[in-house]
Design a protein around this ligand. Structure first.
Ligand code: ADP
Ligand code: MG
Length: 290
């Protein structure tokens, strides 16, 4: 019968680490024509390495890195984790107070009572701080600029790498006729590099969490009749997008509880290669049902 076949599909998928929260989503998965991806933690590992420390005149590499790591000591953003790991020594987070983290920007805090801002070019603009023309990060790198007591103190260059199976998963989806799009809060150059390496059909960069919802809605409005759109994310700032998509797919182990709650499908091991597999399982069930 129909329900039994659906249960078979859901059971089969779950044995592959793909949790589908009901027959409706199995059906919706079978009709996916567009998959929209978050970047950090979804297509990339979400584990940034610090690849360069560039203090402004009057600051040392140690001051720049330690202050950035201290400022970020309360944050659980992947960028914060990487800065703490790069500092490598114990950090006394009680030195950091009044932390205000702003999605898509970075954060401000008091470190030893001194105001510090750590984040991207958008945050610097918001703080009214001019980034010197001599600050030239490598093409495609993600950058954290730092101000100490209102003065530009330099930048840290960090980079994230694609998951080992991301490129293969994208190629496999393309062979299935799926259009692939990436939405990210990261800078244009960093997004461009990932999109090109993975062979994505399209991408949109520098998006704030609200912009991601707006972009998703545009893509939902533009899709072909009788087709569905899936969004794949890790839940950091993207739970509203997960909820809005026809099929919201969360990365299970990296993802927050909120993401797993908001999602219709959960990939238990965060592996993008499970996406083409999920679509194949869903279509196979459909052929059996009809
Ligand atoms: P993504 O869309 O790639 O998952 P986010 O929306 O989490 O990225 O963040 C977008 C951008 O905002 C980051 O690339 C970074 O420039 C900046 N940012 C966010 N949080 C922090 C932070 N804690 N420290 C420094 N920069 C941050
Ligand atoms: Mg993210």
């Amino acid at each position: 019968s129909i329900p039994l076949t659906f249960f078979g599909g859901i059971g089969g998928a779950s044995r592959s680490g793909i949790l589908i929260k009901g027959g409706n989503y199995l059906e919706a998965l079978a009709q996916v024509k567009t998959i929209v991806f978050d970047k950090t933690g979804t297509l990339t590992q979400g584990v940034f390495q610090v690849t360069g420390v560039f203090p402004a005149e009057g600051f040392t590499e140690d001051t720049l890195l330690e202050t950035a790591a201290l400022a970020e000591s309360w944050s659980n953003h992947p960028i914060a984790q990487s800065l703490r790991a790069a500092w490598g020594k114990p950090l006394d987070s009680s030195r950091t107070r009044q932390v205000h983290e702003e999605a898509g920007h970075g954060l401000t805090a008091q470190v030893d009572g001194v105001p510090v801002a750590a984040g991207n070019a958008r945050l610097m603009e918001q703080q009214g701080v001019q980034i010197p023309k001599s600050s030239k990060p490598a093409e495609g790198a993600t950058v954290v600029y730092l101000t100490i007591n209102g003065t530009y103190a330099g930048f840290l260059q960090i980079s994230d790498v694609e998951k080992l199976t991301s490129a293969q998963a994208i190629q496999s989806l393309k062979r299935q006729g799926i259009r692939t799009v990436m939405l990210t809060g990261d800078a244009e150059a960093a997004a461009h590099q990932v999109a090109q390496r993975l062979g994505l059909d399209d991408y949109h960069a520098q998006l704030l969490p609200g912009d991601k919802v707006e972009k998703l809605e545009q893509l939902l409005n533009a899709k072909a009749p009788n087709s569905t759109l899936a969004f794949v994310g890790d839940g950091i700032n993207d739970a509203p997008v997960l909820r809005r998509a026809d099929v919201g797919i969360a990365m299970g182990s990296l993802g927050s509880d909120a993401a797993i709650e908001a999602a219709d499908v959960v990939l238990m091991d965060d592996d993008p290669a499970k996406l083409p597999l999920a679509l194949r399982i869903a279509r196979k069930c459909r052929r059996i049902v009809y």
